[in-house]
Write a protein that binds this ligand. Sequence first.
Ligand SMILES: Nc1ncnc2c1ncn2[C@@H]1O[C@H](COP(=O)(O)OP(=O)(O)OP(=O)(O)O)[C@@H](O)[C@H]1O
Ligand SMILES: Nc1ncnc2c1ncn2[C@@H]1O[C@H](COP(=O)(O)OP(=O)(O)OP(=O)(O)O)[C@@H](O)[C@H]1O
Ligand SMILES: [Mg+2]
Ligand SMILES: [Mg+2]
Lengths: 252, 252
Amino acid sequence: MADVLAVANQKGGVGKTTSAINLAAAFGAMERKVLLVDSDPQGNASRGVGWSGRPPTLFDVLSGEASAGEVIVASGFPYLDLLPANRDLVGAEFGLQHDQHWIRRLLSALQELDGGYERIFVDCPPALGRLTLNALFAADAVIVPLQCEYFALEGISELLATVQRVRELGRPELEIAGVVLTMYDDRTNLSRDVAQEVRKHFGSIVCDTIVPRNVRLAEAPSYGMPVLQYDIKSKGSQAYLGLAHELAGRRP
Amino acid sequence: MADVLAVANQKGGVGKTTSAINLAAAFGAMERKVLLVDSDPQGNASRGVGWSGRPPTLFDVLSGEASAGEVIVASGFPYLDLLPANRDLVGAEFGLQHDQHWIRRLLSALQELDGGYERIFVDCPPALGRLTLNALFAADAVIVPLQCEYFALEGISELLATVQRVRELGRPELEIAGVVLTMYDDRTNLSRDVAQEVRKHFGSIVCDTIVPRNVRLAEAPSYGMPVLQYDIKSKGSQAYLGLAHELAGRRP
Ligand SMILES: Nc1ncnc2c1ncn2[C@@H]1O[C@H](COP(=O)(O)OP(=O)(O)OP(=O)(O)O)[C@@H](O)[C@H]1O
Ligand SMILES: Nc1ncnc2c1ncn2[C@@H]1O[C@H](COP(=O)(O)OP(=O)(O)OP(=O)(O)O)[C@@H](O)[C@H]1O
Ligand SMILES: [Mg+2]
Ligand SMILES: [Mg+2]
């Protein structure tokens, strides 16, 4: 079974989608079969790898209409497949409520999968609602992108409390794969101060690799491609390749 | 009755809280009585103006335990009051479901207010769930912060569809006060391209005032103050003062 990694943080705009896409692509570049699951109704991860927009989507999987295998499509990037999402997924947030085992829906769907994936990355929406809980429950570990700014720091304890809740609900072995400092701008004291604060609080779960603010990361999705495909020499690409190697070392 | 402005966009991290806090403060600086309502369980707007963290909060208002007047506190900034929020507000998102008139809860609470506010700004969470619907239903107009990047552009049509839904649910006069371009970085083509695209699509509803990327805006909340209090000479302060004047012109 693949190593399932949920990329989560309820704070908005901290680099969840950018990290999910580019980490998945970085493992693809290392010729390991990888699946990117988009569990955000915004569908940014799907568009960010050039998805056509044609259903079925994760909504059909969570509502029991299709298996994950039937919904998965190839992305434009080697070794990287996509389980796409679009606005329909909002329906799952409400639809999931009426089912006693709703929290296991994604876990069961991924367990049935026989795709030979080494790793699965699940992009989460900016909330701690049912879609994120589904992703955490399906995960072996959580990657927490943390923007080096004040508001992002505020929300971390809430996220960690949610991880603990998922452990109590039936996944005691859910780990924290790492906290990733994102959008780091070494010209500002703010980034340095927040990074220092985070390392003081969280110690070794903070990844050594820091993702700098790099406009190529923001440009790549408009071409429907990971930054490794858009501009392999950019600082953004180098950071996510480094991060993938670091994660592979932490979770062989 | 005050002019109620919801600051909304389901895309995360586009500058909703930063715009709500600093627009409210800019009207306060013009000596007009202003109320900032935090309807995001992250509580960023509350912390961003130095709130003590002591309940009651908006949760108590939406669940009928307290009136808005009993919950409102003074902020540290002249003419600016706060109706605070914290994590408890997540309970309202689920609690609101069982009440047929749930969508009118915030509207009724603000209508009962007799605080003599000229304007009320409501900061929304990064979602189109019940808390945002409550805010839109209570609003006279919506301010849409739009980060000048690709993913932010993608979500606009969904937000406009939601505004239309609220009009059909009982607030036909809900207007769009303006789309505000935020985090604009004139050194990148991306900002210029997105800004051009937005003006082409939305024409005159796009505000003339552009909010540049300015680190002082990101530093101010860690001191619990609006940027006008933290650094009045900064580009961020100047932009929000200009935006407030432009809005006052659009909605006298
Ligand atoms: N390191 C970076 N440098 C520059 N821009 C970045 C970086 N990481 C992400 N971005 C850009 O910042 C914006 C926010 O990032 P992204 O959408 O990945 O965050 P998110 O946490 O997934 O947001 P949401 O909460 O809405 O899901 C996007 O426009 C993205 O292209
Ligand atoms: N113009 C700007 N220049 C620089 N930094 C900014 C600017 N506007 C906002 N920020 C910073 O960017 C981050 C995101 O902004 P903010 O939290 O206001 O967005 P939001 O839309 O309210 O996010 P959420 O979706 O989580 O509610 C914050 O750390 C904020 O301080
Ligand atoms: Mg995202
Ligand atoms: Mg906010």
